[in-house]
Design a protein. Structure first.
Length: 217
């Protein structure tokens, strides 16, 4: 039996499926909220929380005491000595869950799906979008962002686009990525993971087909 072309095999690969304990915690938190939002009818408390979480995007962790159920970080993820400033893990949970709230806004489909990494989601967005060059530019800007705040800005724009095309994301994985992204020395590691996911999932373009048919000089 003949195997398919290597490029085709790569594009069929599944997304990341293994999460750390941090990713599992965020995935469970978002999953519970999502279930309450998508029941029929949606639970009013969950709808209200979603609106408040959207307003939390870009804010400091802990600014809204009413969001404890969704932005709580277990003690085992924290350094007990660090109390005056928010820890990287607190930013990661805060930003991942609040970005999910933006993603799920006005949608009746699940916008949190296990194993759907950011690079894979953006590749699907390129295929679905009427303006793929704009998507690529935004993703390229995310890949070269030099600060965490700049990364969140570009992520917010991409997630708004994903919402418009009903393309989901794994917010447990995103939280892990954001926690690593907080450390300047590891920022390029996360950006490279997103890039590899995108390359492995991207559609074959007409120019790719043309180049593959050219004879060697």
């Amino acid at each position: 039996m003949e195997a398919g072309p290597p490029a085709a095999q790569a594009r069929k690969q599944k997304g990341r499926t293994r999460r750390t304990e941090l990713g599992g915690h965020v995935a469970r938190t978002v999953g519970r909220l999502q279930a309450r939002l998508l029941c029929d009818p949606p639970q009013p408390q969950a709808v209200s929380a979603l609106a408040r979480l959207r307003r939390a995007i870009g804010r400091e962790p802990g600014f809204d005491y009413t969001l404890e159920d969704y932005l709580y970080v277990p003690d085992e993820f924290l350094d007990a000595r660090q109390t005056e400033t928010a820890a990287d893990v607190e930013y990661a949970v805060h930003d991942a869950v609040s970005l999910y709230a933006l993603h799920q806004q006005s949608r009746r489909e699940k916008m949190h799906i296990d194993g759907h990494g950011l690079g894979r989601a953006v590749a699907e967005l390129v295929r679905a979008s009427d303006g793929p060059d704009g998507v690529r530019r935004r993703f390229a800007a995310l890949g070269t962002a030099s600060t965490y705040q700049e990364s969140i800005y570009h992520l917010r724009g991409l997630i708004t686009m994903l919402r418009g095309h009903q393309i989901p994301l794994d917010y447990g994985l995103l939280a892990e990525d954001l926690c690593t992204l907080r450390r300047p020395s590891d920022r390029q590691q996360v950006q490279a993971i997103w890039g590899r996911e995108f390359f492995r999932s991207r559609p074959q373009t007409d120019s790719d087909s043309d180049n593959s048919e050219e004879s060697p000089a």
